[in-house]
Design a binder for this molecule. Sequence first.
Ligand SMILES: Nc1ncnc2c1ncn2[C@@H]1O[C@H](COP(=O)(O)OP(=O)(O)OP(=O)(O)O)[C@@H](O)[C@H]1O
Length: 256
Amino acid sequence: MLEIIELHKRYRSNWLTGRGHQAVEPATFHIAEGESLGLVGESGSGKSTLARLLLKLISADGGRILYKGTDISGYSLKQMRPLRRELQIMFQHPHSALNPRRTLLDSLLEPVLLHRIMNKAAAREKALALLDVVGIRAELLPRYPHQISGGQIQRIVIARALMLEPKFLVLDEPTSMLDVSVQAQVTQLLQRIRKEFGLTYLFISHDLELVRHMCDRIGVMKEGRIVELDESERIMERPQHPYTKQLVNAFQAFKQ
Ligand SMILES: Nc1ncnc2c1ncn2[C@@H]1O[C@H](COP(=O)(O)OP(=O)(O)OP(=O)(O)O)[C@@H](O)[C@H]1O
């Protein structure tokens, strides 16, 4: 579905240090349709930058992105517009994902009305059907984000993404701000909708256990480089790179 070839990014020098920063070294990998690919690595290793690069939310310094065989690297904002429906991202901070001054219903309807996909009545009907899928009662819809829990917000955010019938979702630490028990419920929901809607995921997390559970393959990032990428079980059982070994060992020690 996505083929990434030598994609790389350097942030320009900042006024404080006067130095630039190579956030992502040339990265080459693919994400197959229906697959869930995990990205792990310490904070600052470039995971979010890589995800934003492949969605073209930030511009790359070089490299290519093929989506369903078409090179979209040089696409303008206008050319990307129809693809924004198909390629979406969900962020870590559930509260900043929704406009605090809009009701949940308005937030749910906003993207489809903006993309002029359907009229308001049809959009409401679709929203109600999706609320069922994500396990939210319709009575909550007139509320504002601060009036519901973090887990409920994440469910609304998931429903809002589904309104646009995406094909590919980047999940950037989607559950890291939630309590452990709520985390498990949201993770289960994400697993279920992947199957139900035939979605493809890029799942970013610090949590190796979660990534192993959610993902078919795992890519390990260190200092802007993908140092290892393999099937999840193989990464866990036979890590090759010293940094991956360190991550897996730390995880095993923590489990004992
Ligand atoms: N807009 C920016 N301008 C300059 N430097 C940036 C910018 N965004 C990120 N960086 C730097 O690029 C590096 C990679 O950041 P990135 O957010 O991609 O890492 P990450 O692995 O996703 O980290 P985390 O797990 O903490 O979210 C970091 O050193 C970060 O400080």
